[in-house]
Write a protein that binds this ligand. Structure first.
Ligand code: DCP
Ligand code: MG
Length: 363
């Protein structure tokens, strides 16, 4: 409990586009709408990546061999994947939900978690995101809202497609009890089979296992799994840090020997780089600057330094250049940022968010 005795609850959305690849195909080709569309594989080989909900009625599923899908759905429309197009749509979707929270975590191309704790009421926000993705991207999605990431994901899956489901603290026990164990994020096919051999197919049956038994079965991960099936999950959003560095460079039309001129070129590159940083990693600050010089004899020199809080990037750039001997002549100048730091990461005192022990008798 936090002071005052009122527990603070976090709020997470989990967003998942319905039948993503198949929906994009139906969006781009109106004749496919309302039809069983199966994406993936080639000829009769390979497996189904995904299929439209119309095809799911025939029992077609992701990862099913195409040959079997053809048997189940002989009138299905089988299409190859168009990955570049899905990436394009994915970027459009991300642009919408990123407007609502600086704390988001993408999972693959069509899924994301959003921390929306800063909204007094997250329900209209979820509805607005859903409506905008439909209107602006032409795709339907399912959204789950709950007080932790695991339950938000379960919620988004409960009534797919085109659903919005809330799991409130009071609903969690009831919702979890009914679920097949595979619905818990983190229990994959192999774990599911292993549990099935022990006669466990539902969350309710999993509750009967002691903490020690779960740890024995799942190792280190068992601790968090034991909690997760009880509606407790303390994970936080992990921002995508896949971009490690960004840089700009230019080859000069003639060699330069004057530091002043080289600095001018480097400063122009720095300005462009700052714009790149702003658009590619809007929530991040860089901490380190790299100066790269290629000399007229094609040898390279690269200097890197962390910026001091009061220092400007320009000053640091100059400082790095001072240490380079340019008398051989310079034919290429490059600057780069790295060591990104999330501006929104909590600093100092951490607020302790409470997750109620929903099932005291099962803990
Ligand atoms: N995908 C894949 N192979 C799989 C599962 C998925 O190639 N075994 C691809 C195709 C999906 C996309 O990833 O369109 C997103 O995966 P989802 O699990 O979210 O599946 P869908 O979005 O297709 O369906 P839905 O979310 O409606 O269940
Ligand atoms: Mg999906």
């Amino acid at each position: 409990m936090v002071s005052g005795g009122v527990p603070l609850m976090k709020k997470f959305l989990h967003l998942d586009i319905d039948a993503f690849y198949a929906s994009v195909e139906q969006l781009d080709n109106p004749r496919l709408r309302g039809k069983p569309v199966i994406v993936g594989g080639r000829d009769n080989r390979g497996v189904v990546a995904t299929c439209s909900y119309e095809a799911r009625k025939f029992g077609v599923r992701s990862a099913m061999p195409i040959a079997i899908a053809r048997k189940k759905c002989p009138d299905g429309i089988f299409l190859p994947t168009r990955f570049a197009r899905y990436e394009e749509k994915s970027a459009e979707i991300q642009a919408v939900y990123k407007e609502y929270s600086p704390l988001y975590q993408t999972v693959g191309l069509d899924e994301a978690y959003l921390d929306v704790s800063h909204y007094a009421d997250a329900v209209p926000i979820a509805k607005e995101i859903k409506r905008r993705i439909q209107a602006e991207c032409g795709l339907t999605c399912s959204i789950g809202l709950s007080y932790n990431m695991s339950l938000a994901k379960i919620a988004s899956d409960l009534k797919k497609p085109d659903a919005f489901v809330i799991i409130r603290p009071d609903d969690a026990e009831h919702v979890l009890r009914e679920l097949p164990i595979g619905a818990i994020n983190g229990i994959g096919k192999k774990s599911q089979e292993m549990l099935e051999r022990r006669g466990i197919t539902t969350v309710e049956q999993f509750w009967q296992l002691s903490r020690d038994e779960v740890v024995k079965l799942f190792g280190k991960y068992g601790q968090s799994l034991y909690q997760r099936v009880r509606g407790i999950d303390h994970r936080e959003i992990v921002m995508d840090r896949s971009i490690k560095s960004i840089s700009r460079e230019t080859t000069l039309s003639f060699d330069l020997y004057e530091k002043e001129q080289i600095l001018q070129v480097a400063e122009e590159l720095l300005a462009e780089l700052e714009t790149d940083l702003h658009s590619e990693l809007p929530d991040c600050d860089a901490q380190t600057l790299t100066l790269k010089i290629k000399f007229s004899d094609f040898t390279n020199r690269s200097k890197q330094r962390r910026k001091q809080p009061q220092e400007s990037w320009r000053d640091l750039l100059e400082e790095l250049l001072v240490e380079v001997d340019v008398t051989r002549g310079v034919r290429l100048v490059g600057v780069g940022f790295s060591a990104f730091h999330d501006r929104h990461e909590q600093k100092g005192e951490q607020v302790r968010y409470e997750q109620l022990s929903l099932f005291p008798y099962l803990m």
